[in-house]
Design a protein around this ligand. Structure first.
Ligand code: AMP
Length: 210
């Protein structure tokens, strides 16, 4: 299953719930890259400068990570979140899946307005340990700055400031939105309105994937 949409559409939130409910593996390339940054690996150091400016990390970096990851997980049900983000990545993903005799069952496209995205991301805080997400208005943590799930520290992501959010939205329109046509052409794109509460959106997602 592939979940796409602009930054702040709720891809990570919905993917996490689906993965838990159906015992699937949630693969978020953003989370993978942030872990590499935390570990200060060569990939992390290269990725960081792109991510902090709201740009995409080069395709070759993503493809090298995802190819080996997908091959190692070939017997599992997977939710891809944040990958592919370019046509080149999508083509390479199709090739890799083909070689493994696997297919993408459904592509869920979360659709949401830019204003809503800016509000969600600017108020978002993320757990540094488990990646859990909170929002100052819609989903505040029980204790300020502390993750409800694991007790880890909450912080604003470096790329969740207003200037970088606008850049990420532009990059999305230019490089990632064309994937809708790509997957529409393959006949498995399902559009979901990503407005309302997490639960409301989840029930719409379920309708599409059940
Ligand atoms: P996300 O956590 O999905 O919002 O991703 C955060 C950032 O990681 C993006 O703004 C990109 O800089 C980088 N990133 C994540 N996935 C990809 C991808 N598939 N291709 C290129 N860059 C990516």
């Amino acid at each position: 299953l592939l979940i796409m949409g602009p930054p702040g559409a709720g891809k990570g939130t919905q993917a996490k719930i689906l993965a838990e409910k159906y015992n699937l593996i949630h693969l978020s390339t953003g989370d993978i890259l942030r872990r590499e940054i935390k570990k200060k690996t060569a990939i992390g150091l290269e990725a960081q400068s792109y991510m902090n400016r709201g740009n995409l990390v080069p395709d070759n970096v993503l493809l090298s990570i995802m190819d080996s990851t997908l091959i190692s997980l070939k017997d599992s049900g997977i939710i891809l979140d944040g990958f592919p983000r370019t046509i080149i990545q999508a083509e390479k993903l199709s090739e890799t899946l083909n070689e493994m005799s696997l297919v993408i069952d459904t592509v869920v496209d979360l659709v949401v307005d830019a204003d809503e995205v800016i509000n969600r991301l600017a108020g978002r805080s993320t757990c540094q340990d488990c990646g859990g997400m909170f929002h100052v208005q819609s989903c505040p943590p029980k204790v300020e700055g502390v993750c409800d799930n694991c007790g880890g520290n909450l912080a604003q992501r470096q790329d969740d400031n207003s200037e970088t959010i606008l850049k990420r939205l532009d990059v999305y329109q230019e490089s990632t939105a064309p994937l809708k046509q790509f997957y529409k052409g393959q006949g498995n794109l399902k559009t979901v309105t990503a407005r309302g509460s997490v639960e409301e959106i989840f029930s719409r997602v379920l309708e599409m994937v059940k």
